[in-house]
Design a binder for this molecule. Structure first.
Ligand code: NAG
Ligand code: NAG
Length: 256
């Protein structure tokens, strides 16, 4: 029953958000009527707070979800769904943990495939990847039309398939392109189409692909002990044996 309600709400949101832009007041979402934010954009619209951890409700009113909101980058609001900075959190996690989320919103975390999926159903989202190398140099990559299993009636059985659109280079290069269209895999759920278990080989779950597993190793092992093991990297910018220090994957709702 509540699932049906949520689906109807989603359809409603898609209709009412049609045709507004930055200069007009945003229409009320169903969630805002009840006073609960779906994503960081709603948090911002309510009280314009600074960046930090806030509670959002992409799964409905009974399911509060802590998330890091980035209110500053390029003057727009981003909902952060992956964050790494010091290797304190293990990312070689099970399918169930990648679906539900793990870590802490004020540290390293993965928001959870079911939550990311639900967010992308609330409208058109853009994906931004921000990276920092060991010397402190920062670059980014951006993709329009970010979604997971958008047309699947059962996103989990569709593998939370990645879709990304037009790329804008912020110095990182496009390491994610070959991942588009592929299912998410973990060490205990191998859906990569490769002869190898890519998640095990890279040391973390991701949308691995049959043509060489990965160009983007953002959930891969943080601390390499052996230089032959693929690790935390974005191969069009930092490739092993070099590794990244920090990453953030974040999404923002496009008005319109
Ligand atoms: C990686 O190394 C850092 C620094 O040495 C350490 O604090 C962290 O716990 C390590 N992470 C893992 C997953 O082993
Ligand atoms: C892709 O994103 C752009 C910009 O947000 C939007 O105008 C367009 O309708 C989107 N395309 C699809 C197929 O969703």
């Amino acid at each position: 029953m509540s699932e049906i309600f949520i689906l109807l709400t989603l359809c409603h949101i898609r209709q009412v958000t049609g045709g507004w832009n930055n200069t007009q007041p945003a229409p009320q979402h169903k969630s805002e009527v009840k006073g609960i934010p779906i994503d960081c954009q709603d948090v911002w619209d309510k009280s314009r707070p600074s960046s930090g951890v806030y509670i959002i409700y992409p799964q409905g009113e009974q399911r509060p979800l802590p998330v890091y909101c980035d209110m500053t980058t390029d003057g727009v609001v981003w909902t952060v769904f992956q964050k790494r900075m010091d290797g304190s959190m293990r990312f070689d996690q099970s399918w169930q943990n990648y679906v539900n989320g793990f870590g802490n919103a004020d540290g390293e975390y993965w928001l959870g495939l079911k939550n990311i999926y639900r967010l992308t159903m609330f409208g058109d989202y853009e994906l931004r990847v921000e990276l920092e190398d060991l010397e402190g140099t920062r670059v980014s990559a951006q993709y329009m039309n970010f979604s997971l299993s958008h047309h699947a009636l059962n996103p989990e059985s569709d593998g939370y398939r990645l879709h990304i659109g037009v790329f804008t280079d912020g110095g990182a290069g496009d390491a994610l392109r070959l991942h588009s269209g592929h299912m998410f895999s973990t060490y205990n759920k191998d859906q990569d189409g490769h002869t190898q278990n890519c998640a095990e080989y890279w040391g973390g779950g991701f949308w691995y692909h049959p043509r060489g597993c990965a160009g983007a190793g953002l959930n891969a092992r943080y601390n390499t002990t052996q230089p032959i093991q693929p690790a935390f990297s974005w191969t069009t910018w930092v490739d092993f044996p070099q590794t990244l220090r920090r990453s953030q994957m974040k999404m923002r709702r496009i008005p319109g």
